[in-house]
Design a protein around this ligand. Structure first.
Ligand code: ZN
Length: 220
């Protein structure tokens, strides 16, 4: 079967994320209440499933009738920031891959497993990238993120910290990423990745300026 996986650039996903924000989070404040949007604006049931992560190697999945999102019960109960990101990620599949998901007929764990087996690793990774981008964009709106990075960089500069050395040392990135993560209610790893995806590391002197106009997602 031809799955017809949509071909999307980072900018395409950004447009969809901007549309989402305008429609469902018009206040633009942070942290974005993704739990409220998922359940009360988009009317998804969020169904905690014990052992989902160890069974499927995924934190969550979207039902093809778009009635529900199944989530790992342990993550749902004990790991709030990861749960929030999972919801945003599944909404990414909903807004970016809706036609495909409708054809996949996922209505149970077994259905998800057989779909996962039918998709090639390359196709799966391609779609996953898009859903990850979408999740990062909606939980870390670019304007807010850029202001937070500019503030953090200024503080580091005021204290004489070498920005590039700190950014290159993953363990030390937390001095920038942790406070921003608390502000947006996401993990510090998600913050670090979004700063890189949006090129703010280069723009604010955390990494050397780029020689070419690199963009995520180019090359397929
Ligand atoms: Zn996914």
């Amino acid at each position: 079967m031809d799955w017809q996986i949509p071909s999307l650039t980072y900018e395409d996903v950004r447009l969809e994320a901007n549309r989402f924000a305008a429609r469902y989070w018009a206040s633009g404040s942070v942290p974005v209440d993704i739990e409220h949007i998922t359940e009360f604006e988009l009317h998804f049931d969020v169904i905690p499933v014990p052992g989902l992560k160890s069974l499927l190697k995924t934190d969550a999945f979207l039902y093809s009738d778009f009635s529900a999102i199944a989530v790992d019960q342990w993550i749902y109960t004990y790991h709030g920031v990861r749960h929030r990101f999972s919801l945003a990620h599944e909404l990414g599949h909903y807004f970016l891959h809706r036609d495909l998901y409708a054809k996949l007929h996922i209505g149970s764990i077994a259905d998800y497993q057989s779909c996962r087996n039918a998709l090639s690793d390359a196709d799966m990774a391609y779609m996953e990238d898009h859903a990850y981008w979408f999740a990062g964009m909606i939980l870390l709106p670019l304007g807010h993120l850029e202001r937070a990075v500019a503030d953090a960089v200024k503080k580091c500069r005021d204290h004489g910290v070498s920005l590039r050395r700190m950014w290159d040392t993953i363990g030390e990135r937390r001095y920038i990423c942790e406070p921003i993560g608390r502000q947006f209610n996401v993990s510090r790893e998600v913050v670090g990745r979004q700063i890189e995806l949006d090129g703010l590391d280069h723009k604010y002197g955390l990494a050397a300026p780029r020689k070419s106009r690199w963009r995520p997602g180019i090359g397929r």
